[in-house]
Design a protein around this ligand. Sequence first.
Ligand code: CA
Ligand code: CA
Ligand code: CA
Length: 216
Amino acid sequence: MLNKTYLSKQDPLLLKKVDYKSSLCFIKMFHNHILHEYLSPVTCHQTKEKKLRCAIVLLGILCILAAIYNCDYFSEVVLQCPPGWRMFEWSCYLISNESKSWKQSQKDCRNRGTRLVAVDSTEEQAFLSGLIEEHTMLWIGLADSIKEGTWRWVSGDPLTLSFWQTQQPDNGGGIWQFGEEDCAHITTGTNSENNWNDLSCKTSLRWICETDLATK
Ligand SMILES: [Ca+2]
Ligand SMILES: [Ca+2]
Ligand SMILES: [Ca+2]
């Protein structure tokens, strides 16, 4: 990944000049060396075999030019998050300010062209757990509403890595006031190793949307 700090400290025009200068120098060296070593005193007007060698060398030069052009293109690509979103590794995250049911939270993320967050690694779990210092319950994109006990991410992927609190998920623990508990939340500001719980999907909580880093 690009070192954005490094780029930001450099004059982009200066960088371009240096790049082009070194590229041209390299092309000249390549051109002089190859033509001198392999074609001299042959010219491109001679035998079939020598014409073929000539064509291969020219093709090589074209390939190098294409590679240099592409490198220059990619050096200008900057990955970034939408304004107001937090970046971690290859994703961007938005914590809602308001509270809604799990379904309404999912709808909000979809309306933004994103999804409720899926926790894919221990590192991502630790990052999310520290997003808010205080104990705050936030919906994540995990539910067992299709089949009780079978937890799936909103993408449809099965749950393979989990961070449930002790004795959770309990589907309400049989206490009727809690009802069926088919949606999962994370609790920030707590031990990131076990801070998920299942709750009734109708509960109003804040939520986290996730989207991939986008190119500028
Ligand atoms: Ca994720
Ligand atoms: Ca359940
Ligand atoms: Ca529970």
